[in-house]
Every structure is written in C-alpha cells, then in structure tokens.
Design a protein around this ligand. Structure first.
Ligand code: ADQ
Length: 750
C-alpha cells in the first residue's frame, strides 16, 4: 500500500520536477535576455525622442553659453522618473553642463580609456544605468553632444515582476500536467493490470471469450506459445531425464499403458516382399514415416496394418493376411490390407498424392481433386478402419494412425470403438486455413481427424495452422491455451511432437569414416582427396533437388578452382512414378544434371552424379560418412529425417549440413547452415562455406547437433505421444466411472 502511494506521488512529483527544471534552466534565462532586449530598444527610442525635444533649446542656449538656462532645462527634464541624469559635452570631449545626478565616472561616455566603444549598460553603485548620446549640430557645425542616462532599476523591477508571473503560470501548468499524467497513468495502469491479470488467468488466451486489447495482442500470442512450450517441457521432464531408448519405451507401455494393445495403421508397409528371378526379396521402402515408426514398433510389438503393395506380399502372409517382421528377428505382426488397382489409383495416387500432398506442401504444384478419387479415399479409409476393428482384441486399443492417407479413419474407428485411444500423426506440413480451404471435402477431412484422441504435428507452426483451420471451418470449441478441440461432445488434444530417428546403437564399428571416404571415392573413380557432397531423397518435387543442382552449378561458376575437385552425389529413390507430375519432375532432374555435367565435364570428371535408385540403409550410411557436406534443400518438409540421419552417421564430428529453412528440422538444428533453397546464390555460398569450413567449426556445430538428435530421438517422440495418450486415457476412464456411478440409482437409506 505504502509502495503504491509512493509510486503515485512519484508519478505526480516527477513531471512537476521536470517542468520546473525546464523553467529554471531554460525559460527564465531566455525570458531575461528577451525582456532586456525589448526594454533597451524602448530606451533607445525614448532617448532619441528626448534628445530631439531638448535639441532646439540647446541649439539656442549652447552658443550663448547660457549655463543657467541649460541647467534649468536639464533639471526639468530629469524630473521624469526614468531619466536619471543629463550632460552636455563640448566637441573636445569635456563635460560642459550636467545635472547634479550625473556620475563623474561616465565622463563623455562614448569611448573608454582603451578607445573601445562602451557598452550602453553601465553598472553604478546604486544600480545599472543606460547611456545614449545624441550629437548637436547647427548648419553642419558640430556643437557637442547630449548624453542621456536612464535609470535601469525600473527595468529590473519589471523584469522580476514578469518573471514571477511567468514562473507562477508555468508552475500552475506543471501541476495541471502532472495531475493529468497521474490520472491517465492510473487509468491505463488499471487497464493494463486488468489485461495482464486476465491474460494470466487465461481469459485473453481464449479468443472466443473476450476481445484482447490491441496493445496486449503481441504479448497474448507470445504468452500462448510460451505456456504451450512450458507445458510440453513439463511433460517432457516429467517423463524422466534419462535418455529415451527401446527399453524405456517398452517400460512406458507396460507401466503407463498397462500393456495395452498397440495397433499402428499406415498406407506404407515397413517391409515389402518382392518377387525377383532369384526368389523373394524383402525391401525397406524409402519413407521417413517407416524409418521412424518401425523403430517404435520393434520396441513395443503389437500389430502394424498397412497396404500390401509388394509383388510377393500375398505369398508370405498367413490366412489372416499377417506376417511376422522384421524377417531376421521377428518382433511384431504386419497385417496387410489388399487394394485393387482402381482403389490404389483413386485413394493413394489420386486423392492423397495429387490432392492432399500438394495442398499441404507449398511447392507450387496445383492440387487436383476429383470426386471419383474422393469416393475411393472414403472407401479405402473404411477398409483400413475395418482392419483395425477386426485386429483389435480389446474394446479400448491404442491406435496409432499415420499420415494424410488415412484422415477419415479416426472417426470411422471411433464410431465402432468409442473407448479406443486414437493417436493420429500428420507427417507432412499443415497449411494455413485459406490454403486448406481449397479442398472441396475440407469439413469431412477435419471431422474425420477429430475422431482422434490426440493429433500430432512436427512443429508448433503446423499445430497452430490446424487449430485455426478447424476454428474456421467447423463449429467447435477450441481452447488455444490447452490446445484442445471439443467437437460433438468429444475432446481432441492437438500437440507438436518433432519426429526423429533411432540413434545408431553400434556407433558404426564396421567401417571407419576414413574407410568409407576411400571406398566411396574409389567406387566413384575419384581421387582420395576429392571433395564430396551428398543428397538423399525420394524423387519428389518438394525436396528441392532442382534448386540443389542449380546451387552446385552456381558454385562452380563462382569458384572455377573447384571444377574437377568437387562432386555432388544425388541419391534419389523413385517415388509415385505413375503420376505425370513425378515423371515430368524426374525428367527435369535428369536433364538438368546432364546439362550441368556437359558444361563442366573435363575428362572423366562430372560435377553431378545422379543415382536414381533405391539404396539399402547400410549403403546410405556409407555415403553419409564419406561426404564432406550434406544438402537438404526441401521447398517444404514436415521434418526431414535425412538431415538427422547424416548427423547421426558422423561420429567423427565432421561434415557440414546445409539445411532448408522450410523444413521442420530447421527449427531444431540451428547449427546447420540454414538457407532459403529458392535463393540459388545463397545455396552456392553456403556450399562454398561448407567446403572451406575450418575443422574446429565443423566439430563444434556437429557436436551440438549430435547431442540434440541423440537425446531427442524417435523413442522420445513416440514416448511423449504415448505418455500423453496414457494421461488422456486415464482421464477418459475416470470420467466414464463418474458417469456410470451417476447412472446407478442411489440406494435408499432406511
Ligand atoms: P519423407 O517425405 O519420405 O517423409 P524424409 O523425412 O526425408 O522424407 O525421409 C526419407 C527417408 O527415406 C529417410 O529415412 C531416408 O533415408 C530414406 N531414403 C531417402 N532416399 C532413399 C533412397 N534413395 N534409398 C533408400 N532410402 C531412402 C515424410 C515427411 C517428412 C517427415 C517424415 C517423417 O515428408 O517431412 O520427416 O515423413 O515424419
């Protein structure tokens, strides 16, 4: 209380002191000099008119040397209270006539002893006087001069009076200003305090509840983000500081989910059986989703339901369409769903990859939406949902739904298994609400997804885009602070879970970095000290492969010394090749590589080596370990696991990662060289910087990124999601118990 009144009085005193200070140090001196100048000008005019008035009588009396008359004239004149004294000097500078008041020290005034013109203001013992002189002439003959001495004390009196008035006026003004300041400050402080209080209570964080004052809007946004981050951090830390690994994930499933049944459902299967002339081969598809989720499934067993797309898939399944995987060391069940060619065309190639994929990625390829594709999409989602329902042994399984191919499935499963805990993870970006609004079936997609208990995105940006999209197109209740959506009486939590990779366990004991460097250079017929860049992607227009090649070309233009010394290897797994867009893209990639190679080739030297084929993981590791630089230049990417795989592969803490700012990974891997892939010059500069980066800098950057990827690995990604699911599940069970109790009639107490 005392502090508050002190603050209030401070708010009053402070402006007052400021205004008074200004008066004392600037206004008063300024005013003094101004009034003095005014009065001096007045006195000069006045002296001139007095001298004129005295001129005629003097012209008469001076030649006659009439001392009595002149003295009388002077005495009459000095009766004016302001005229203090008068004197008349002859041409030789001698005082001839003067009033008794005329100070001797003035003499004939004009010049002092050093012959300098005197200041008209002279200080005498009694005060200051003002001097002026006026020559007396008759017919061109100089008779002498009249000296007029004016008393200045009246000026000082007037000046001090004026000073008093002005100071009082300013002081009054200062008081009024201070009071107004205090009043306004008080009002706005109250507004702020209420605003901030509301903010902290969360009122302003819920836009639907009360309008946010404009000045608090930026803070509200920041605070919302911060609260969410803190929440996530709290959840992360509550899950233990120990590093996440398969054992910890297994423990979590046993302890938190009490060994509940886990079902994964995705379009892509983790193992594809392919018929070859040499028999059946098992392949791992080039897919970020598979890379991540497979590691989790190995840890927690359960069943993975996916489209059986391999030519020999049917040959290896049992009568329930299941096969145990991984083939070398089976630890979970793969249940295959069979699709006809038409279904695959409409649902997978059509709606998912010609519609939703370009819709969610800003890569300037127009999405195509066809009603026939949509019908297949609905039908196939139902097929997968039926498979989940059939596989479920309990009525409340934990179902992990993967990606944009299965957006309708959560609602379909929820309708049959209302107690299921459904976690949907969206592996690709979520666009802003305007962009998503292009989809003719936007409401259906959103409703389908809201059948989930939990929806995950890689970044907070995509999470917010999703909340805003739902807010715009569906009648829901959204708690932005808690990141929940209430729709049709069901609550969906929306969170960000940045995906990652499984940190390599063996730390690459088989082949050292040096062995990999030499082996790969040997295979490519390059000298052992040749500089090597690497890119690893599916052949997809979102990955920025064209821009990457252009950056290599620009690098060689700018630094011709690198021609013949630097080669870029692009490993590109063919993907969705039956779509025109992808065929065109592949053709463009090939022809660009060819053009650049022709331009810079020299003997056997080619700056770009394009390996448009699938590679096994071990092979990819060798390339990662052999390269000096890895380029990830996606035009838009949910996360991008290649960036993390490269980092994990570099146990020598060398090598530089060039990373597009439009990947989710760029939000975590700050020590990479972050670039805008559309800016070709920037890409070329980053390449040059990477190739010439001192070892110590490479080490520092790589060490920091390795620590992050090691700790924030895929087990943590899955663990955090499952922990959240366990909490939500627990809450649902409690709510269910309360409901069933309230339905039981109370026993009458007799
Ligand atoms: P993808 O678009 O498939 O994944 P990404 O994250 O880069 O992209 O993962 C690609 C995976 O395929 C990596 O594990 C890589 O090693 C592998 N791969 C790439 N080219 C290969 C090749 N030629 N041969 C063999 N393997 C190859 C989607 C989203 C991403 C998100 C992931 C995971 O588009 O943004 O990071 O899901 O959520």
């Amino acid at each position: 209380m005392r502090y508050r009144s002190f603050r209030l009085s401070l708010r009053f005193v402070l402006p007052l002191a400021v205004v008074l200070g200004i008066i004392a140090y600037t206004v008063v001196p300024l005013m003094d000099s101004m009034t003095l100048r005014w009065f001096m000008r007045d006195l000069d005019i006045r002296s001139q008119s007095l001298a004129n008035a005295l001129g005629d009588p003097l012209l008469e009396y001076v030649p006659k040397n009439s001392k009595r008359r002149i003295t009388q004239l002077f005495d009459r004149a000095v009766q004016d209270e302001r005229l203090y004294a008068l004197a008349f000097c002859d041409p030789s500078g001698k005082v001839m006539y003067k009033t008794s008041t005329y100070p001797d020290s003035i003499g004939c005034w004009m010049r002092d002893s050093t012959e300098k013109v005197r200041n008209p203001l002279v200080k005498l013992q009694d005060g200051s006087v003002h001097l002026s002189e006026s020559p007396l002439q008759r017919d061109g003959e100089y008779l002498g001069k009249l000296i007029l001495v004016h008393d200045m004390s009246f000026i000082e009196r007037r000046s001090s009076d004026t000073k008093k008035y002005v100071i009082s006026l300013f002081a009054l003004l200062a008081v009024v200003i201070s009071l107004i300041t205090v009043f306004i400050a008080h009002l706005s402080w109250r507004g702020w305090v209420n605003g901030v209080r509301g903010l902290l209570r969360g009122e302003l964080l819920r836009p639907s509840q009360s309008p946010t004052p404009p000045e608090l809007r930026p803070i509200v946004g920041d605070l919302r983000g911060l609260l969410h981050e803190i929440n996530l951090e709290r959840q992360g830390s509550s899950s233990g500081s120990q590093m996440w690994d398969p054992d910890k994930l297994r423990d979590l499933l046993h302890n938190q989910l009490a060994g509940d049944e886990v079902l994964v459902v995705s379009n892509r299967e983790p193992y594809i059986h392919v018929a070859t002339p040499d028999g059946i081969e098992v392949r791992r598809p080039a897919s970020g989703l598979v890379t991540a989720v497979e590691a989790v499934m190995r840890a927690c067993s359960g069943t993975w339901i996916a489209h059986g797309s391999g030519s020999a898939d049917r040959q290896v399944v049992d009568r329930n369409d299941c096969v145990q995987v991984p083939p070398a060391n089976p630890s979970y069940t793969l249940r295959r769903v069979w699709l006809t060619k038409e279904e695959e065309q409409g649902y997978y190639y059509g709606f998912a990859n010609e519609g939703l994929w370009p819709l969610c990625h800003i890569a300037h390829v127009r999405p195509v939406f066809r009603s026939t594709d949509w019908e297949q999409y609905v039908a196939v989602n139902q097929r997968f949902a039926d498979a989940v329902i059939n596989e479920a042994r309990t009525d409340d399984p934990v179902v992990l739904v993967q990606d944009y191919h299965l957006a309708l499935l959560p609602r379909m499963v929820r309708d049959v298994l209302p107690k299921a805990t459904i976690i949907t993870f969206w592996h690709i970006p979520w666009p802003n609400s305007e962009s998503f609004g292009i989809c003719p079936w936007r409401e259906e997609i959103l409703e389908g997804m809201l059948g989930s208990t939990l929806i995950g995105f890689h970044t907070s940006f995509h999470r917010k885009n999703f909340l805003e999209t739902v807010d715009r197109y569906l009648e829901t209740r959204i708690e932005f602070e808690a990141s929940t959506i209430s729709y049709g009486g069901k609550l969906t939590q929306v969170e960000q879970y940045p995906i990652s990779i499984a940190w390599p366990e063996c730390e690459f004991k088989e082949a050292s970095i040096e062995e990999c460097r030499q082996a790969i250079r040997h295979e490519l017929a390059l000298p052992s000290n040749h500089l090597l860049g690497i890119g690893v992607d599916r052949l997809d227009y979102t990955k920025g492969i064209i821009e990457r090649f252009q950056a290599v070309e620009r690098l060689l233009e700018l630094h011709p010394s690198l021609i013949g010394r630097y080669t870029f290897v692009q490993i590109a797994a063919p993907s969705r090749s039956s779509l025109d867009e992808y065929q065109n893209f592949e053709a463009r990639v090939r022809s660009l590589a060819q053009r650049i190679n022709q331009r810079f080739s020299n003997g056997s030297y080619q700056p770009i080596v394009l390996k448009a084929e699938h590679h096994e993981q071990d092979d990819l590791q060798r390339y990662y370990r052999a390269a000096d630089v890895c380029m990830v230049t996606s035009l838009h990417d949910g996360m991008n696991l290649v960036a993390k795989e490269f980092i994990a592969a570099r146990d020598d803490e060398h090598g530089v990662l060039i990373l597009s700012q439009f990947t989710g990974a760029a939000r975590e891997l700050h020590e990479a060289l972050i670039i805008n892939p559309y800016h070709i010059e920037q890409g070329a500069e980053a390449l040059f910087r990477a190739l010439t980066m001192p070892e110590i800098e490479q080490r520092e950057r790589m060490r920091s990124m390795r620590l992050l990827v090691k700790n924030f690995n895929v087990y943590r990604w899955a663990g955090r999601m499952l922990l959240d699911a366990a909490r939500l599940r627990q809450r649902e069970r409690i709510v269910e118990k309360i409901r069933s109790h309230s339905r039981t009639p109370l026993r009458r107490v007799v």
